[in-house]
Design a protein around this ligand. Structure first.
Ligand SMILES: NC(=O)C1=CN([C@@H]2O[C@H](COP(=O)(O)OP(=O)(O)OC[C@H]3O[C@@H](n4cnc5c(N)ncnc54)[C@H](O)[C@@H]3O)[C@@H](O)[C@H]2O)C=CC1
Ligand SMILES: O=C(CO)COP(=O)(O)O
Length: 347
């Protein structure tokens, strides 16, 4: 579903936001992606609070007017306010952007003050009590707030922060919220589409990280471009099969949050998931990946999918191969061989 918001003549985008009561935005999580999104909105004059959990990190950002730890070199406009005070960050914010690693969301949102609406930009899944939860579901469950949107797409933070052209899709059950998010982040370098398929947009973003890990392994093993193209294509098929079974629309996976993000993440040297796959085949361990500063979401998503698949019996061959390499020390070449040797069938 695509909607258009009409801004009355003579009214700027910022005034229009003000009129809708959505002027201030709080970004929760001052990593690479939270900071890039804060830059996008604040560079248009939208007041943005960027919440960091560590006071010394917030202070460094205030003093240096950049996030040297996670996104060095991208200078903050005046309307971007870093803070470690959660009350202050969320005060009068009409929208809270959740840009935390998936494993930190439940605990962190449990104690943060509530916002009127949330946008999840986290690409992960959680398996708890025999249920596989998307991050928007976790946010809804923990906060009790039903106004939740999901923003996803091929959006490598480094490129977004350099204002290189990119596009994304925002999905919500609440069309007005989707429009509000579209307004907040749309600009000359960032084009935001709307959708009503929350499940599809969210699953596309989460599952592509697992295929990106596999793509990195193919790169690390030097298996060539044909192998990588086949992996990405069959990976997309796996994402679609899983997503449609969860209630998503197949067409969504052909869009920015499916195919688009898969292309970017599986091919970019900037992707942490692809890079991790490459390093795993060269001997890097799970513990090393978990300890690295920037989150590699795919290693948690693949574990959640494995647990879910085990509980339901659904077959996800590429996901299972990635799981075995990461969690069971299986040999990556043997896993590729096993994928190649699966029973012949129609495409
Ligand atoms: N970096 C990127 O290009 C993109 C990332 N994403 C997604 O956004 C989410 C966040 O990723 P990044 O910002 O890149 O991660 P990051 O690793 O750059 O930063 C994570 C941030 O969360 C903070 N953090 C960690 N645990 C915390 C806790 N318990 N409470 C509060 N803060 C905590 C860290 O201090 C850090 O500031 C991930 O799900 C990722 O998949 C989505 C699109 C693009
Ligand atoms: O989601 C992303 C790009 O859209 C970022 O991917 P990585 O987490 O692999 O860097």
């Amino acid at each position: 579903m695509s909607l258009t918001l009409l801004i009355p003549e003579g009214e700027s985008q910022a005034q229009s936001l003000e009129r809708q009561g959505g002027a201030k935005v709080a970004v929760l999580g001052a990593g690479a992606w939270g900071t890039a999104l804060a830059l996008l909105a604040s560079s248009k004059g939208v007041p943005v609070s960027l919440w960091a959990r560590r006071p010394q990190h917030a202070q460094a950002m205030q003093e240096e007017r950049q996030n040297r730890e996670y996104l060095p070199g991208a200078l903050f406009p005046e309307s971007l306010h870093p803070t470690a005070e959660a009350e202050e960050a969320l005060h009068e914010a009409r929208l809270a952007v959740v840009a935390l690693p998936s494993k930190a969301i439940r605990e962190t949102l449990g104690w943060l003050p509530r916002a009127a609406a949330y946008v999840s930009v986290t690409k992960g899944l959680q398996f708890t009590d025999h249920h596989l939860l998307r991050m928007s579901q976790v946010i809804e469950e923990v906060t009790g707030v039903g106004r939740v949107a999901v923003l996803s797409g091929p959006n490598l933070a480094d490129e977004i922060a350099r204002f290189l052209p990119a596009a994304a899709v925002v999905a919500s059950r609440d069309p007005e919220l989707a429009l509000q998010v579209q307004q907040v982040f749309s600009g000359a370098s960032f084009r935001v589409y709307t959708s009503s398929d929350v499940i599809g947009v969210e699953l596309g973003g989460a599952l592509k990280n697992v295929i990106a890990l596999a793509a990195g392994m193919v790169d690390g093993l030097g298996l060539g471009d044909n192998a990588k193209a086949a992996l990405i294509t069959r990976g997309l098929r796996e994402i679609i099969q899983f997503g449609v079974a969860q209630g998503a629309s197949e067409a969504t996976f052909m869009g920015l949050s499916g195919l688009g993000d898969l292309i970017a993440t599986a091919s970019s040297p900037l992707s942490r998931n692809r890079n991790a796959g490459e390093r795993i085949v060269k001997g890097e361990t799970l513990a090393q990946l978990q300890a690295q500063k920037n989150v590699v979401e795919g290693i948690y998503t693949v574990r959640a999918l494995h647990a879910w698949g085990w509980a339901t019996g659904l077959e996800l061959p590429i996901t299972e191969a990635v799981y075995r390499v990461i969690y069971e020390d299986a040999d990556p070449s043997e896993q590729i061989g096993a994928l190649m040797g699966r029973q012949a069938k129609a495409e």
